[in-house]
Design a protein around this ligand. Sequence first.
Ligand code: S3P
Length: 172
Amino acid sequence: PERWKLKKTVVLVGMMGAGKTAVGKALAVRLAVPFLDSDAEIEQAANMSIAEIFARDGEAFFRDRETQVIDRLLEGERGILSTGGGAFLSERNRNLISRKGVSVWLKADLALLWSRVKHKDTRPLLRTADPYGTLRDLYETRLPFYQQADLTVTAQPDYSIDTMAEKVLEAL
Ligand code: S3P
């Protein structure tokens, strides 16, 4: 791993399927810093999957947990923090993130996102009659929030996870 002193925790934001978790893990390995994942922390604490939490306690409960977890993780050791796709919509979360971290939007177009999420059943928000339409609507309403990230790195269909990690490093 390279010697790279992180001044702030790098917070990856963006849509489901953008690669936040995969790219975040690769970055953390490269920089030899902790990998932090808000969804995984919420799941561990609840001992339930995200889908189960949504089904049992609802989205509002999940969002509340998400803010608590992001706040706590940003207080800890600096590292790479992968957030859930909805995390950057909340002003409170954006403020927490901008105070303690540097936000990086992993941008990908709708076709690429869809190609990555369509076979998976792990995203409760896409359990609708028209998951593609739902993804498209989420994308459109979320763009103005993601655009507020400090940095943007755009994915391409032919970029590997390591290439994306490299692009993030170049942007930092
Ligand atoms: C969500 C994205 C998910 C997870 C939850 C809600 C969203 O994370 O937090 O299902 O609102 O976009 P990923 O972006 O890692 O799929």
